[in-house]
Design a protein around this ligand. Structure first.
Ligand code: FAS
Ligand code: PHB
Length: 394
């Protein structure tokens, strides 16, 4: 069966759903092809911290009503090391706070808005393939739905299909450059109905490894441990997880820890990755399809949102004013923000994790950097302004 639309979006994660919402509000027809079911997409537990620019965009798009009802506003974070817990006053230093609201909830809000608007999302669309996006012809997608071949003809394709998606992998190798750094460890994450150990997030640097105590509400915690890449979830009982977390925290946080049964437990590898450019003829990449950051800086989801903002602006300008300017500048504009977030996420990861090949000199450098951070308002201000999110087009 053949369908037509103005923008064909691959992926119903935050990037694809938000782009579809912004385009529809501007009267631009779009169809999303998602390889999994909506339940599967919602079942992935991921990000939790929103920058002010992300909340502003969700507000402008009429998507933030439940967010404002249910989210938590945090004016700071804690960094624990060497048996102490120090506070970084994000709001006092940068003028901005961050918002705690799980990616799952944003995805749920976006799915509800799309369904309410009667917009088309084909879930469980398999075998998506991209055609004619670079040869000046009209691009189109082929895919299978319930085993039956389908075609989706369009003016543009948005690759919002994540790191392992098909869009980036459809670009001829000589047309794309990739930059990558992998890390010799992963993050073991646990979601549990237990009160957070502190009123704000606690990032802990410890010789046994990094730990993070985040949250989804005042009664639900999301905690992480740096773990080996060879670890499996099965090796980590709840008891072992909570005992190891307690051993890596400062005494005040450790004393507040209340172990509880895990609701979700998963291991994610860490990676820094950027593909350049983010446009290939009529194909545009956005979000994890184009870049990945280690989650230490809480940037992944927020970067996806700023990509989508820029891409939506360019597409709306194209369809409304027949102007190419926004689309021609999309890649360079997005990549400037991407690389600043890549730098910050790498720096936070290097500062707070134990690297297996790290010698005693590197360890002393880490300690000296933390010591300097907590003796310098300038250093804390630099961390704060990056953590809350740099101004758009700064
Ligand atoms: P996504 O990967 O979320 O969505 C892509 C969608 O495309 C998926 O639904 C996928 O099923 C679909 N898709 C893929 N291939 C397809 C195909 N061939 N055909 C059709 N559909 C296809 N960020 C943070 O800020 N903090 C965190 O703590 C954090 N933790 C993370 C943990 C994990 C395990 C991962 C993988 C990421 C994490 N991130 C975190 C980053 C994450 O939140 C991403 O930045 C965010 O999901 C980006 O959204 P999308 O670009 O929509 O990509
Ligand atoms: C989360 O709540 O999942 C979270 C928070 C901050 C991070 C990473 C993950 O840096």
């Amino acid at each position: 069966m053949q369908q037509s639309t103005q923008v064909a979006i691959i992926g119903a994660g935050p990037s694809g759903l938000l782009l579809g919402h912004l385009l529809a509000r501007a009267g631009i027809h779009n169809v999303i092809l998602e390889r999994h079911s909506a339940e599967h997409v919602l079942g992935r537990v991921r990000a939790g911290i929103l920058e002010r620019t992300t909340v502003d965009l969700l507000d402008q798009a009429g998507l933030a009503e439940r967010l404002h009802r249910e989210s938590l506003v945090h004016d700071g974070i804690y960094i624990a090391f060497d048996g102490q817990r120090q506070h970084i006053d994000l709001k006092g230093l940068s003028g901005h706070a961050v918002v705690v609201y799980g990616q799952t909830e944003i995805t749920r809000d976006l799915m509800s808005a799309r369904a309410a608007a009667g917009l088309v999302t084909h879930y469980e669309a398999s075998g998506v393939a991209l055609h004619d996006f670079q040869n000046g012809q009209k691009p189109w997608l082929s895919y299978l739905r319930q085993g039956k071949p389908q075609e989706l003809h369009c003016d543009f394709i948005a690759g919002c299909d994540g790191f392992h998606g098909v869009a980036r992998h459809s670009v001829p190798p000589d047309a794309i450059r990739t930059f990558e750094r992998t890390y010799p460890f992963g993050w073991l994450g646990v979601l549990a109905d237990t009160p957070p150990v502190a009123p704000e997030l606690v990032y802990a640097q410890h010789p046994r490894g990094f730990a993070l105590c985040s949250m989804r509400s005042k009664t639900r915690s999301r905690c992480y441990l740096q773990c080996s890449l060879t670890d499996s979830v099965e090796q980590w009982s709840d008891e072992l997880f909570w005992a190891e977390l307690r051993s890596r925290l400062d005494p005040v946080s450790a004393a507040a820890l209340q172990p509880a049964p895990s609701i979700e437990k998963s291991i994610a590898p860490l990676r820094s990755f950027v593909a350049e450019p983010m446009r290939f003829g009529k194909l545009f990449l956005a979000g994890d399809a184009a870049h990945i950051v280690p989650p230490t800086g809480a940037k992944g989801l927020n970067l996806a949102v700023s990509d989508v903002r820029y891409l939506a602006e360019g597409l709306i300008e194209h369809f409304r004013e027949r102007s190419r300017v926004g689309l021609d500048h999309y890649s360079a504009r997005a990549l400037r923000r991407v690389w600043r977030a890549e730098r910050f996420s790498w720096a936070m990861t290097r500062l707070l994790h134990s690297f297996p090949d790290q010698g005693s000199f590197d360890h002393k450098l880490q300690q000296a950097e933390l010591d300097y951070l907590f003796s310098s308002r300038a250093a804390q201000t630099a961390l704060a302004e990056n953590y809350v999110g740099l101004a758009l087009d700064a």
